[in-house]
Design a protein around this ligand. Structure first.
Ligand code: FAQ
Length: 339
């Protein structure tokens, strides 16, 4: 359903050409080397020189991405003990564990930029750092679990496949495995909903209700319109972002409409219509006031999500303490044996 191919044409030059990345007082020879690497699509690795602004942009995006993965465990985690069958429970458990794993790969990638995990987590727990708006919406019924898989993971794949070609090596490599796992997540969600749509009318209504609630927040998840996206120009110039927020959103709509037809659900947008001239589906206006309210901490579940995350971190302190104590003892034993 979603391509894993890494050869999507890049609109990088369109957004990037006019953007200067050279800061005042910068190291010109090393900046020139860096620019040449970016322009020839070679990877920047942790030991390479990079402009401070490139490092900061990557750290911002990768740490936000990592936070989204681990906060994203919470809405679905609520349903593990209430899954309708052993099979669905095993699938959901595996999926939620995968999201935790994605967080770990991404924190590791971010750490290669010189910032420790503790300070990234402190920024999340204090409410300073962002995570994806989408995880601040409630999961009211089992159909929400399927809908998250179908739509949220579907949107995540659309956004993340191009990041497999990101200019920063550790982020690009982490994304390859993450995208493979997200494909499985998307398919299990679609399969879950398809099963419900073949069930009773109450199940079909549950699916339609979940799709009605998730559709618009999922479209907003791709980020503000290109005209209001302050980070896009440099992100595109540096090959961190490969496809713009609006283009990804359009690709997602175009891919999802036929899937909705197969499922037999209606997407809640009276303006959704194929446009022959554009070769794309037109869709109605997104409520950006709602999006910014959620991003700024005032969505339906922001406080609950953050409180759950902070509690999970505090509850896990003894595990981290035990692991460190074990490592210390092992090191001391090894040194004694070597002496
Ligand atoms: N939520 O200038 P732009 C997943 C912020 S993982 C909250 O366009 P940029 C897996 C943005 O940070 C989902 N904030 O920014 C899963 C910026 O604020 P800042 C996460 C948002 O970076 C599935 C400001 O608005 N995916 O779903 C959002 O160029 C199921 C202006 O925006 C990633 O993180 C938003 N939706 O583009 C897990 C992918 N959108 O930092 C569990 C990597 C924008 O200046 C279950 N990230 N903002 O204070 C990206 O591709 C980009 O960072 C974008 C934003 C596209 C998210």
């Amino acid at each position: 359903m979603y391509t894993q191919a890494l050869d999507i044409p890049e609109p990088r030059q369109q957004a990037g050409e006019a953007v200067s990345t050279i800061a005042e007082g910068c190291d010109l020879p090393r900046q020139a080397q860096f620019d040449t690497k970016i322009d020839s699509d070679r990877k920047i690795e942790p030991q390479d020189w990079m402009p401070d602004a490139y490092r900061r942009t990557l750290l911002r995006q990768i740490s936000q991405h990592a936070h989204s993965e681990i906060v994203g465990m919470v809405p679905e985690g609520n349903w593990i003990s209430r899954a309708p069958s052993l099979k669905r429970k095993a699938i959901l458990l595996a999926k939620v564990q995968d999201e935790g794993g994605h967080g770990l790969y991404l924190y590791s990638a971010a750490e290669t930029l010189g910032t420790g995990r503790d300070s990234m987590l402190a920024a999340l727990h204090s409410g300073k750092a962002k995570y994806s708006s989408i995880f601040n919406y409630p999961t009211l019924t089992w159909a929400d679990v399927g809908t998250i898989g179908w739509l949220v993971d579907g949107a995540a794949i659309m956004n993340q496949v191009p990041i497999c070609r990101c200019s920063y090596g550790p982020y690009a490599r982490a994304m390859i495995r993450i995208c493979k796992e997200e494909s499985f997540h998307q398919r299990q969600g679609f399969d879950n909903l398809l099963t419900m749509m073949k069930g009773t009318s109450a199940q079909r209504e549950m699916v339609q209700d979940a799709v009605n609630r998730w559709w618009w927040p999922v479209l907003a998840m791709f980020g503000p319109p290109d005209t209001d996206s302050p980070n896009s120009a440099l992100g595109m110039r540096w090959g961190i972002k490969r496809i713009s927020n609006d283009d990804l959103r359009q690709k997602f709509v175009d891919a999802t409409v036929p899937q909705a037809k197969i499922l037999g659900v209606t997407l809640p947008d009276a303006e959704l219509k194929w446009n022959d001239a554009r070769g794309h589906y037109d869709y109605g206006p997104i409520d950006w006031d709602e999006f910014w309210a959620v991003v700024n901490g005032n969505g339906p579940c922001n406080r609950e999500r953050l409180a759950t995350r902070v509690k999970a971190h505090a509850d896990g302190q003894w595990v981290r303490d035990a692991a460190l104590a074990h490592a210390d003892r092992k090191r001391a034993r090894e040194m004694k044996e070597a002496a």
